[in-house]
Design a protein around this ligand. Structure first.
Ligand code: FES
Length: 80
C-alpha cells in the first residue's frame, strides 16, 4: 500500500545544484534531511525521485510533496 506523503513544509527548498550531479528528492516527506532522501520512506510504498542537474544554478525543490511536477515546486503548496 502506498501512503500519502507528509508535508515537510508548505514552501519549496531553494538549493544551489551542481551541473552533472544527481540528487534524490524525498517524496514521502519523512526524511530528516529535506529536501533529500535519507531512507525514511521504507515501508511507505513511496520512493525518492532522481534529479540530475543540467546546469549549476538555484532550483526549487517541492517541500509540500504534493507538486504535480515533482521534484520541482509547481505552486501546489499554495492550495494545501
Ligand atoms: S512546495 Fe510543493 S508545490 Fe511548492
Amino acid at each position: 500500500m502506498t501512503e500519502t506523503p507528509e508535508i515537510a513544509q508548505k514552501s519549496p527548498y531553494g538549493v544551489d545544484v551542481e551541473v552533472g550531479k544527481s540528487y534524490f528528492w524525498c517524496a514521502c516527506g519523512r526524511s530528516k534531511t529535506q529536501p533529500f532522501c535519507d531512507g525514511s520512506h521504507k515501508g511507505t510504498g513511496l520512493s525518492p525521485v532522481k534529479f540530475t542537474a543540467e546546469a549549476s544554478k538555484k532550483v526549487f525543490f517541492c517541500g509540500c510533496k504534493h507538486s504535480l511536477k515533482a521534484p520541482m515546486c509547481d505552486g501546489t503548496h499554495n492550495r494545501l
